[in-house]
Structures are given as structure tokens and as C-alpha cells.
Design a protein around this ligand. Structure first.
Ligand SMILES: Cc1ncc(COP(=O)(O)O)c(C=O)c1O
Length: 425
């Protein structure tokens, strides 16, 4: 009886072997060694389903939108389906989702549109922890006399200084721009609480969920945020960006657009012809995650519950890998970890870790690892405020190790062995 029930609920642990079979590129070899893709924060690999969807679109449905013929109608249907997939992903309505080139371009377009309603002396709050794509578009408003205030971090654990945030949100604050999770040090920000604080002061909230999206489920309804952006290429999809906006704001703010383009939602926010084949790939990425969720929870009935099931199991897997990684890193002499290291506080972080090894630049370490087929990233990852604040910007930044659900304990062990070898040399 018990085993039948367990079977009906699906496997408890992530079926990592099945996961890896879905991603053909994970078989890539470098110098005779299988590649360890620990570069997920800069862009994840894609499952076969995504490649197939892009190919199918180009081979069978390729057309511009809103035409009176078969391929154009199929294109319209495909885009509507992809929008619904992202609506399930964000937990919103389909007309609150728009697609764009990438998160950076979307955010610049949105900040310009919002700026039409701002005047000199209005204030916007950004943070030291954020990627510059959630800083520069808001700093650009300084040209109009908008005052930009920047919330500091607590250097000891690279978390946001919430007292400073409370001081900086004032009655002149019109918008708070905050990241869901740091792409450099993995900190997860209390975005629901920040949204509450901002709304209490009458300000809007824009959340950059690019780094959080591969690690945890997004629920814009529960967060109650006004805007949230993320990039499918960071959660197993193609290189594009997507935006959620509350309907009332998407209608009220006026984007820069060409006159013949529709003024209805969400089209008014989608400038020009979209990369439709990649939109097909976005739907496939969401469906891949849902399929993963259904394998692990056969009781998951709709796509949203399947997505939540997927994140339950990928999160547990990532946290187990993170614990191994952290323990191993802490034992390497001369290695400094930036951010939360305490296992008891792992709920405040995701599985992205940045370090520096004494006496070496991050580029030297990344090059050594790269020659052994271990892909990490070095530099500032565009989290420029943070690398400057931590005093590492002029010294080559950080070495970033990113774990997602297709990574394995063997890969973590390989990385640690290589780091130990390099630190001894
Ligand atoms: C946290 C975060 N925000 C924003 C961006 C920018 O995203 P995009 O490349 O889609 O413009 C990135 C890209 O690395 C990121 O990691």
C-alpha cells in the first residue's frame, strides 16, 4: 500500500539521470573530459524539447503575426500558448506577460515609459546588490532630475541592509528596483517584505527575477509586485526576456511605440517583430519544467502545480549540492567566500557562490578550471555596484560557481579537487 502511494506521488529525489538525458549539450567534452557546466548564472543549457520547438516553428509555422493564412494563424496560436505558459510561470494572466529581446532592453524601455510621468525631485531606489540591468535604466532618469538613492549591503554576509532600505524609501519615492536574488553572491532578498514597504510609501516595485528564476517558483500574485522581469535563457530556454506587469500599470504607462502597432495589451509593450522561433522555445522551456514536476509529483494536475513540484525537487537537489560545495570550499586554505556560508541560513540564498583565492586573480583560476573542462565565470558579472563595494573590482572581481538542477555531486567534487590542486601549486 505504502509503496503504491509512494509510486503515485513520483520519485522523492530529483531524477538527475533523466534530467541530464534531456540536455544533449551536457555531453560536451573538453580536453578529453566531460564538461561541468557551472556557468548557469550566465545562461543555462537547453533541453532537447526547446531545440525541437524552435526547429518545428521555423520548419512548419514560420510567418509574421495576424495574417489571414495558415502559418500566420499558427504563429498567433503559438504566441498565445507561450504567453499562457509564462502566465503559469509567473502566476498571472496571459495579457500581463510581454516578450522582449532580453531583460536589460525591457527594463530600459519600461524606465523610459515610467519616466514620462516623473518630474525633477521624484525619487527612485536601487540597490548595491543588483545587476546593473536593474540599476542603469533607473540611473538614466537622473537626466530628468529624478533622485536615485542606493541601498547598501551588510558586507559580512552580502545581504541587503534593510534598515538602510527603510531609511531610503520616503514619500517622494516613486519606484523601488530590487533583485529577487543576486547573480553574484546568491543572496535571496525578502522581496515580499520590500514590496510591502514600498507600497506603504506609495511607490511601485520592479523586481529583477533573472537570477532567481532557475532556482525557485515566482508568484507575482503573492508578492503583489508591480513589475517583474526575467530571462528564459537563465531557466533552460532561449535568449530572450519576459516582463510581467500589473494590467493597470501596463495600460496606464505609455510605452514608446510605432503608431500602427496595436495599443491593446500586451502588444503595446512588444516593440517591432519578435523573435518568434525563440518564443516557441520559451513555451518549451516552461513545459520541460512542468514535465519534470509531473515526473516527481504525479498528482500535479495543472501546469502551475507541476511547476511548483519541479521547483520543490530541484531546490532540494541544489541545496544538497550547495552544502557539499560550501563544506569543501571552506576547507581550502586562502579561499574567501563572499555571502552567506552558514547552512542554517541557506533559505536566504541560492546555489550561486562567489569566491577569491589568495594570490590569484579570478581569471587565472577560471582559466585553470576551464582547461579541465570545468566552466565557471570570473569578473563582475555586471553586478558592478557590488564588486566595487566589496573592493574587488580593481582586482579582477570574483570567481563564480553556479549550480543548477542538472549539476551533480561528482561535478562539485571535481571542482573542489581542481581548486585544491590549484591552491597547492
Ligand atoms: C540578475 C540579473 N539581472 C539582469 C540580467 C540581464 O539580463 P539580460 O541578459 O536578459 O539582459 C542578468 C544577466 O546576467 C542577471 O544575472
Amino acid at each position: 500500500m505504502t509503496s503504491t502511494l509512494a509510486h503515485a506521488a513520483g520519485p522523492k529525489d530529483l531524477d538527475n539521470a533523466w534530467v541530464r538525458q534531456q540536455f544533449p549539450s551536457l555531453e560536451t567534452q573538453v580536453n578529453g573530459q566531460i564538461a561541468a557546466f557551472l556557468d548557469g548564472p550566465a545562461g543555462t543549457q537547453v533541453p532537447q524539447q526547446v531545440v525541437d520547438a524552435i526547429q518545428k516553428y521555423l520548419l512548419h509555422d514560420n510567418a509574421n503575426t495576424c495574417g489571414a493564412f495558415a502559418t500566420s494563424r499558427r504563429t498567433d496560436a503559438m504566441i498565445a500558448g507561450a504567453r499562457q505558459a509564462m502566465a503559469d510561470f509567473f502566476h498571472c494572466d496571459a495579457d500581463e506577460v510581454s516578450f522582449g529581446q532580453n531583460m536589460t532592453t525591457i527594463t530600459f524601455a519600461l524606465s523610459r515609459a515610467i519616466a514620462r510621468e516623473l518630474k525633477a525631485g521624484d525619487e527612485v531606489v536601487v540597490t548595491t546588490l543588483d545587476h546593473d540591468a536593474n540599476v542603469a535604466p533607473w540611473r538614466a532618469l537622473e537626466e530628468k532630475g529624478v533622485v536615485v538613492r542606493q541601498v547598501d549591503i551588510r558586507e559580512s554576509d552580502c545581504t541587503l541592509d534593510l534598515d538602510d532600505l527603510k531609511r531610503k524609501i520616503m514619500n517622494k519615492t516613486k519606484l523601488v528596483a530590487v533583485g529577487y536574488a543576486s547573480n553574484a553572491v546568491g543572496t535571496i532578498n525578502p522581496v515580499a517584505e520590500i514590496t510591502r514597504l514600498a507600497h506603504a510609501a506609495g511607490a511601485l516595485v520592479f523586481i529583477d527575477a533573472v537570477h532567481y528564476a532557475p532556482h525557485g517558483p515566482i508568484d507575482v500574485k503573492t508578492l503583489d509586485c508591480d513589475f517583474l522581469a526575467c530571462s528564459p535563457y537563465k531557466f533552460f530556454g532561449p535568449h530572450m526576456g519576459t516582463l510581467y506587469g500589473k494590467r493597470e500599470h501596463l495600460m496606464r504607462f505609455s510605452p514608446y511605440k510605432v503608431r500602427p502597432a496595436p495599443d491593446a495589451l500586451p502588444d503595446r509593450w512588444e516593440t517591432g517583430t519578435q523573435v518568434q522561433e525563440l518564443i516557441a522555445g520559451i513555451a518549451a522551456a516552461v513545459n520541460y519544467l512542468a514535465e519534470l514536476g509531473k515526473r516527481h509529483d504525479t498528482a500535479a494536475r495543472d501546469r502551475r502545480s507541476a511547476l511548483l513540484a519541479a521547483y520543490r525537487v530541484t531546490h532540494a537537489h541544489e541545496m544538497a549540492l550547495l552544502a557539499e560545495l560550501m563544506e569543501g570550499l571552506m576547507a581550502i586554505p586562502g579561499l574567501r567566500i563572499f555571502g552567506i556560508t552558514d547552512l542554517k541560513r541557506f533559505n536566504e540564498r541560492c546555489s550561486t557562490v562567489s569566491v577569491r583565492l589568495e594570490g590569484h586573480t579570478p581569471t587565472e583560476v577560471a582559466t585553470f578550471l576551464g582547461q579541465r573542462g570545468i566552466f565557471t565565470w570570473d569578473g563582475n558579472f555586471y553586478a558592478l555596484n557590488l564588486t566595487e563595494r566589496l573592493g574587488v573590482q580593481a582586482r579582477g572581481g570574483l570567481l563564480r560557481i553556479g549550480l543548477v538542477h542538472y549539476n551533480t555531486a561528482d561535478e562539485v567534487e571535481r571542482l573542489l579537487a581542481a581548486l585544491r590542486e590549484f591552491s597547492r601549486a
